[in-house]
Design a protein around this ligand. Sequence first.
Ligand SMILES: NC(=O)C1=CN([C@@H]2O[C@H](COP(=O)(O)OP(=O)(O)OC[C@H]3O[C@@H](n4cnc5c(N)ncnc54)[C@H](O)[C@@H]3O)[C@@H](O)[C@H]2O)C=CC1
Ligand SMILES: O=C(O)CCC(=O)C(=O)O
Length: 427
Amino acid sequence: MTNHALPSYLNADDLGPWGQYLKQIDRVTPHLGGLSRWVETLKRPKRILVVDVPIERDDGTIAHYEGYRVQHNMSRGPGKGGVRFHQDVTLSEVMALSAWMTVKNAAVNVPYGGAKGGIRVDPKTLSKGELQRLTRRYTSEISLIIGPTKDIPAPDVNTNEQVMAWMMDSYAMIEGNLSTGVVTGKPISMGGSLGRREATGRGVFVTGREAAAKRGVAIQGARIAIQGFGNVGGIAANMFADAGAKIIAVQDHTGTVVHQGGLNVAELHKHVAETGGVAGFAGAEATQDRDSFWGIESDILVPAALEQQITAKNAGQIRTKIILEGANGPTTPEADDILNEKDILIVPDVLCNAGGVTVSYFEWVQDFSSFFWSEEEINARLTRIMQDAFNSVWEVSQEKKVSLRTATFILACTRVLAAREVRGLYP
Ligand SMILES: NC(=O)C1=CN([C@@H]2O[C@H](COP(=O)(O)OP(=O)(O)OC[C@H]3O[C@@H](n4cnc5c(N)ncnc54)[C@H](O)[C@@H]3O)[C@@H](O)[C@H]2O)C=CC1
Ligand SMILES: O=C(O)CCC(=O)C(=O)O
């Protein structure tokens, strides 16, 4: 008998991003055949760790931050997923992000379960020393459950190679030996992989190219609007611009800049590095307010910032042919319905942004074998995996007459639950 009760730590009236994920699971369940008897497994995380992270601030005061590591599912392998430092991080969000990792890792068939972590903090309010103390204390608190064969963190919003190096070093101090494979997204000088920094944006570009071919959209000259100009959005912008597309609009947390002839992406990167955001970029011909960004006509729209950006409120305004979800969870299920109704092709997050974790997998394999690959080899393998995953999802979507999101969930959840079934339940 299926038990639909929610875990007691959840507030049923305000499920946030976790509620968004649960609706996605409801949509895939009818397609899971006999494996649907296991579907409750996907509706509750395997393990949740909530930690207090105290640090001494530079002025001598003690500050406390709330941190999380959620291991959603480990049926197919150790947990894998990034760590986010952001002032709006919540448990519901980290649970959803960890569950999307389960689906994503299975979609591209890397041998991992899904996990994610975060700290509710605005890192821009911390000095470099404070950030290092916060990262090290957090690593120590979650060291109970992470490890190279248990759960392997990586970068996400507002974390980077430096943060990964501190995490690796803290874990090495605790364990008394250096296991570079405990985190991925590390500096190249310390067990990192060539191509990891660019991998998520490259995956967005590769799946975007496949989707464009299906829809008859030429990349050369295509008008592209991007929300988020960080690791994912910024690199995707470079790759589309290099392929001849025009980046006509970019929005980040500071503002929105527009140029119908195409923004100069290299100059925009320079401006962001100097000022912290796109606002005030001299190369823009216009600016837009936050909400009207969604109404800008484009051929391809790339949400690459945060979740729940495209909602029932703004989905009706969107005028594009293809949406590439660089961000995790940018589209609510209600917005999904509106966009599908408008025949906009959505390449879902759990497929579109899987390039990052794919090269994280390469990094982990390289760390274990202490044998490092060339960048050409990495990019070629990444491209092949992303193209194959896109084409498998496309076939399922055609065969079952479902969206690419539901098709990706069908492929991935079938893999996860088949592993669960064959492993069995008893210790
Ligand atoms: N870094 C990675 O390898 C991966 C990241 N992702 C997802 O991609 C998204 C972006 O991550 P990263 O690029 O790594 O983060 P990042 O920290 O490098 O950049 C985030 C970008 O989003 C913008 N942003 C933040 N709040 C915003 C708002 N309210 N409105 C508009 N823009 C806003 C920031 O200004 C910045 O440009 C997240 O959803 C993340 O989970 C997914 C897969 C892998
Ligand atoms: O590289 C990784 O391990 C995970 C990246 C991540 O957090 C994501 O895909 O959302």
